[in-house]
Design a protein around this ligand. Structure first.
Ligand code: SAH
Ligand code: SF4
Ligand code: F3S
Length: 470
């Protein structure tokens, strides 16, 4: 049979998908019901997008989605950016194994960033032997082939690539929301911030060709997508290594030309090389949302140097000044780490100082987590837990104070909101987002989902608004 399988991608995967369609159809007949899948996604938007690709392949094969782990096929798409992410995965995987004892035909796959770490693979092989398929971040497009291999063999299938220079286009994908999605514009990271595991688990930086990105977005827009988020670990370095180099700002301008696309977001720009060209393109293109996530990590120039971030406190503040000058209504959000090795009270005061000066709309705050294999893991002066926790609380208070000042500035205005879902706690309300990413709740029905509507912002609740449909 295998001799009929083409070597080229994505044709090879489509051949496996066809083979599996028949196998799954037989299984459905025997069971007298649909076969279900569930993907549990940990981590960032990259993983969320990868999960949409995995879901697309499973749906092509004939599985239908279910929202619990009581499924015929469960995939964990893992994150390893902090230690506690890993611990959580193993706790849940243990429960899943217990469930599989009563459901012998159930399939369990584990993939994503954690699986790019050799120690984790060993752990799966020795302790979690009930797992059927293990793969990494570079070969998610191969899911159909891996399932086929598993069904044709007895043991665990493990397929991990150390790195790759390949980008396989045109693999099916199923979007979580019909009206918005993430689009990878690049993969990997070359920055090697000293605390961060991402460059090791996602490999070297690779950019997609602009025409492939545009083609994919055009197809999605024809299929109902109104908002895209362009994804990369450092979108500012997009396109530098292409045969014909293209800047991120130029890509944004081109994406903004797509008819029918109403909103464009991006994640994440690195402060070290956010260009004036990008700020100018944003200023003159209303379709680009008024939100920049600008990870600070630390406000101390000394710590930033140890972190290998390649900007100083002063350069960051100057960048914020330039952004606010050209984009007065932009929302700024950030990521901050407390307790990086060697962080003193004085360093931490610098972080608080930046937080107070910038007044972020919101911030993700993290306690430093030691990742084996990164340079920071072996640095002197690991900060004791009590000190980190106490700094963390002070940081949260400073962030909230700034956020309270920012959210609320638009009370009384009528602004466009993309409606995303029915409010979970109050089903008579729907929830949507402003261009600046702030959430708005207002009275409305499910027919509004996926539409951009004008909403009057009546009241600010700190991190969100209560409004009314206009
Ligand atoms: N590429 C993005 C970040 C991706 S990781 C950027 O450069 O901004 C998301 C966030 O996780 C980081 O911004 C950082 O704040 C946090 N993070 C990464 N490694 C960490 C570690 N070892 N401990 C604690 N937080 C970490
Ligand atoms: Fe990690 Fe730095 Fe790359 Fe972001 S830019 S993914 S923090 S190494
Ligand atoms: Fe986590 Fe991987 Fe994203 S480590 S933060 S899921 S790139």
């Amino acid at each position: 049979m295998d001799y009929m399988i083409p070597q080229e991608e994505p044709e090879r995967q489509y051949a496996y998908i066809r083979l599996l369609k028949d196998i799954i159809a037989d299984k459905k007949n025997t069971a007298g019901r649909e076969l279900t899948y569930h993907i549990q996604t940990f981590g960032c938007q990259m993983n969320a997008r990868d999960s949409e690709k995995l879901a697309g392949i499973l749906e092509e094969i004939g599985y239908v989605e279910t929202d619990t782990e009581e499924a015929d096929f469960v995939i964990y798409n893992t994150c390893s950016v902090r230690e506690n992410a890993n611990t959580r995965v193993y706790g849940r995987l243990g429960h899943l194994g217990a469930r599989k004892k009563h459901r012998r035909d159930m399939l369990i796959a584990i993939c994503g960033c954690m699986m790019q770490e050799p120690d984790e693979i060993e752990k799966i092989k020795t302790t979690y032997r009930f797992v059927d398929i293990v793969f990494g971040t570079h070969n998610i497009f191969k899911l159909a082939e891996l399932i086929y291999d598993r069904l044709r063999s007895d043991g665990m299938i493990i397929d991990i690539w150390k790195d790759t220079d390949r980008i396989v286009e045109d693999i099916p994908n199923a979007r979580k929301y019909s009206f918005k999605t993430g689009i990878n514009i690049m993969f990997g990271c070359n920055n090697f911030c000293s605390y961060c595991i991402v460059p090791y688990v996602r490999g070297r930086e690779r950019s997609r060709e602009p025409k492939e990105i545009i083609r994919e977005i055009e197809k999605m827009v024809a299929d109902g997508v109104k908002e895209v988020m362009l994804l990369g670990q450092n979108v500012n370095s997009y396109g530098k290594t292409l045969d014909v180099p293209v800047s991120f700002a130029a890509l944004l301008s081109e994406v903004a030309e797509i008819d029918g696309l109403e909103r464009i977001r991006f994640m994440t720009p690195h402060p070290k090389d956010l260009s004036d060209e990008l700020i100018q393109v944003m200023a003159k293109t209303p379709k680009i949302c008024r939100h920049i996530h600008l990870p600070l990590q630390s406000g101390s120039s000394r710590i930033l140097k140890l972190m290998n971030r390649r900007y100083t406190k002063e350069a960051y503040l100057e960048l914020v000044r330039r952004i606010r000058e050209s984009l007065p209504d932009v929302a700024l959000t950030t990521d901050i780490i407390v307790g990086f090795p060697g962080e003193t009270e004085e360093d931490f005061q610098d972080t608080l100082d930046v937080v107070r000066q910038v007044e972020y709309d919101s911030a993700f705050t993290f306690i430093y987590s030691k990742r084996t294999g990164t340079p920071a893991a072996s640095m002197d002066g690991q900060v004791p837990e009590e000190i980190t926790k106490e700094r963390f609380d002070r940081l949260l208070a400073a962030v909230s104070e700034g956020a309270r000042k920012r959210c609320g500035l638009d009370v009384g205005k009528i602004l466009p909101v993309l409606v995303e879902e029915v409010n979970e706690q109050h089903p008579e309300l729907v929830t949507g987002r402003l261009s600046n990413n702030t959430l708005v709740h207002f009275k409305g029905d499910p027919s509004l989902i996926g539409r951009i509507v004008d909403v009057k912002l009546n009241e600010s609740k700190g991190f969100y608004y209560i409004g009314e449909l206009k």
